[in-house]
Design a protein around this ligand. Structure first.
Ligand SMILES: NC(=O)c1ccc[n+]([C@@H]2O[C@H](COP(=O)([O-])OP(=O)(O)OC[C@H]3O[C@@H](n4cnc5c(N)ncnc54)[C@H](OP(=O)(O)O)[C@@H]3O)[C@@H](O)[C@H]2O)c1
Length: 252
């Protein structure tokens, strides 16, 4: 769906619910002045910010084979967005707490990924962008704990969504509904969470194997598994001629 179709769809849904909305493309950097302005116009307290937006290349791929402008878009969408949204919203949360003298604390939920806890070959910029989120979010959580702002870092493993549809391992993933229902229960009491018991088990197991094998062997292990998966996907796609992402050709 194009941005204008999407705008129309969201406009209709939001009007029905009486919700204020704004459609933005986070792959650009010139959007934050307007976002800040609109938030100020609302003139109400902000209780919750969820930094969920994220993109990744839809198959494993060598770094230099990504389409030309893809990495810049990814950095804007995955890294610049969370940084700028926190920079805009956190002062508002601090100010409203001082002005209204309320115990009502602002909550910020930052969606990272298991791909940011350990390096994922063939997902270079995605994995690195999620490591940024983990560090950034954890640091802010410590800096602002005494000011009463709850900043939670969530690092899911695999969830059945369109983002990772090509690389899901069937029995390892969870439905979005199951993931969200568990993750929401953790908001007030876990500053860092994998969000779901199954994800916690997989992430801990992965860390255990990594510690056991040592970084070099573990990287080699992941490299071979993901490279194999990449070749399988490419061969399947060559047969069915499904060869595009955002209209950019990605295969040889
Ligand atoms: N699915 C997984 O296995 C998994 C695992 C770990 C972490 N995560 C993280 O979870 C978060 C949510 O992803 P998801 O799995 O729920 O996938 P998803 O359904 O594809 O959600 C991604 C969201 O980001 C939005 N988005 C992407 N690029 C955008 C842009 N340039 N401007 C505005 N919005 C944009 C998408 O909007 P549209 O719907 O309009 O495209 C969509 O709402 C992401 O940060 C992802 O990295 C997912």
């Amino acid at each position: 769906m194009g941005m204008s179709d999407q705008k129309t769809k969201i406009t209709i849904e939001a009007r029905c619910l009486g919700v204020e909305y704004m459609v933005v493309d986070f792959s650009h950097q010139d959007i934050y002045g307007e976002i800040e302005e609109r938030l100020k116009q609302l003139n109400g307290p902000i209780h919750v910010l969820v930094n969920n937006v994220g993109m990744m290349f839809n198959i494993p791929e060598y770094f230099i084979k990504y389409p030309k402008d893809f990495n810049l878009k990814l950095i804007n969408t995955n890294i610049v967005s969370i940084t700028m949204m926190c920079q805009i919203v956190m002062p508002i949360m601090m100010e409203q707490k001082r002005r209204i003298k309320t115990n009502d604390r602002g909550i910020i939920i930052n969606i990272g990924s298991a791909a940011g806890l350990t390096e994922f070959p063939f997902f270079s910029t995605y994995s690195a962008s999620k490591a940024y989120i983990t560090y950034f979010s954890k640091i802010l959580s410590y800096e602002y704990e005494q000011d009463g702002i709850i900043i939670q870092t969530v690092t899911p493993n695999q969830v059945d969504t369109k983002l990772a549809a090509n690389v899901q391992v069937p029995n390892l993933s969870t439905t979005p509904q199951s993931f969200v229902s568990y993750a929401l229960k953790t908001v007030a009491n876990e500053r860092f969470t994998n969000g779901h018991p199954k994800h916690k088990l997989i992430n801990n197991l992965s860390k255990f194997i990594g510690d056991l094998l040592g970084n070099h062997l573990y990287m080699n292990f992941k490299f071979r598994i993901i490279q194999n998966e990449m070749n399988l996907i490419k061969n399947a796609n060559r047969k069915t001629k499904l060869i595009s992402i955002d209209d950019d050709k990605i295969f040889d």
